[in-house]
Design a binder for this molecule. Structure first.
Ligand SMILES: Cc1ncc(COP(=O)(O)O)c(C=O)c1O
Length: 387
């Protein structure tokens, strides 16, 4: 093809429009992905990707089968998806025990959290976040021009309910509780969620249950009974579909109708919708994965403790170790193809590294590589101590 020749007129030195005032102080979200490092690993060294709490195995074979069948009809790609994922919502209703009208399906649960913040928050609002927690929620809050107040229990592994009670004000608009919390693994009992909802009826409580399947404790049964409760969940963890970006939220009709004002009903891609419905139909696969991870979690905690680590079990698909040199620990693991997540930069969480847990075979391989490293570096897991 012949290259057209255009005269490039220099762009004038001008003032580009400023972004919204609400994001003025925000730095770009610096997501640290190990995928590049994984692609550079030498042939023969299989990666152990234990950094983002994804499932370590592919989804149920039914997911791939249904997506493949679906793709045989070419039109299924050039048409927009089932708006509002109505079919998937019906399957989810049975899985969660809530009415399909009380569910909104989103592009990952991040999209649900973002939708909640965009729909409800103005710069003058008060927001309380249990701390430490999943950092991306804080960005969604800050993106609305709100500086959240943290409810940080003195011991981050304590039930946060009392701290929330002390931190919350009558005018607090929204409280965020991840349960199990990431990274602490703490579960907030649904009875406490119910009590808070009743005590503060003009506050919205967002309970993020991204890791629900691994603990099976849920506040979903309160949806509809507590009109100020929103529960969010994801297909990215136990259901092995992080790459397809499917999440959902459950809430009362009043909240749902407010969220629908901004919700984009075509934001959830067709393959994700088809795959998610198929994943939910394979309950045996889900429950086997959960049981395998739970068994491996206890095994791993024991094995690491036996090697001198300060290790903590959680109710999610991850455990924590507290080491003297978190960066060195993570770096050495990377040299043998193991990727874990340094969480030691979080205030009040110094020394902690989070390790995703998968089934036993996988964790045995992890321990084998730890043992290899320990031979040369006996201090690899030396416990963190206050200097
Ligand atoms: C507590 C919590 N909520 C939400 C998410 C985001 O999940 P999704 O992939 O559905 O956006 C994560 C991911 O790590 C998480 O840990």
């Amino acid at each position: 093809m012949q290259k057209a020749e255009y005269e490039v007129i220099p762009f004038p030195k001008s003032n580009l429009p400023a972004p919204s005032r609400s994001i003025e102080g925000l730095k770009p979200y610096d997501a640290v992905s190990s995928l590049d490092a994984i692609s550079r690993l030498p042939a023969g060294l299989s990666p152990l990707k234990l950094d983002w709490n994804e499932s370590v195995i592919p989804p149920s074979p039914r997911v791939v089968d249904e997506i493949t069948k679906f793709l045989r009809n070419g039109h299924h790609i050039n048409w927009y998806p089932d708006l509002g994922a109505s079919k998937l919502r019906r399957t989810l209703a049975a899985y969660c025990g809530v009415d399909s009208e009380d569910i909104i399906v989103t592009n990952g649960s991040d999209d649900a959290l973002s939708l909640i913040c965009s729909s409800y928050l103005d710069p003058e609002d008060d927001v309380v976040v249990v701390w430490p927690t999943y950092g991306h929620f804080v960005i969604f809050v800050k993106g609305r021009g709100v500086e959240p107040r943290m409810a940080a229990p003195e011991d981050p592994f304590d039930n946060p309910t009392e701290t929330i009670r002390r931190t919350i004000r009558q005018d607090t608009k929204l409280v965020y509780i991840a349960s199990p919390n990431n990274p602490t693994g703490v579960v907030t009992p649904p009875e406490d969620v119910q009590a808070l909802c009743r005590e503060f009826p003009s506050t919205l409580f967002v309970v993020d249950e991204a890791y629900y399947e691994f603990c099976r404790v849920t506040s979903a049964w309160l949806v509809g009974k507590m009109p100020n409760l929103i529960v969010t969940r994801t297909f990215s963890k136990c259901l092995s579909m992080a790459g397809l970006r499917i999440g959902y939220l459950m809430a009362s009709q009043e909240v749902i109708s407010n969220l629908k004002r901004l919700y984009n009903p075509k934001s959830v891609n067709v393959l994700g919708q088809v795959g998610a419905a198929a994943a939910l139909m394979d309950y045996e696969f889900i429950s086997r994965y959960v049981n395998d991870c739970r068994a491996a979690r206890s095994w791993l905690v024991q094995e690491l403790a036996a090697r001198g680590a300060d290790v903590r079990n959680t109710q999610g698909n991850y455990i924590l170790v507290r080491v003297k040199d978190p960066a060195g620990f993570c770096g050495r693991l990377e040299s043998v193809g193991v990727f874990v997540r340094d969480r030691s930069f979080i205030e009040g969480f110094e020394g902690y590294v989070r390790i995703t847990v998968g089934p036993l075979d996988y964790m045995k391989e992890f321990v084998r590589r730890i043992d290899m490293l320990l031979e040369k570096n006996p201090d690899l897991m030396a416990p963190w101590s206050i200097a």
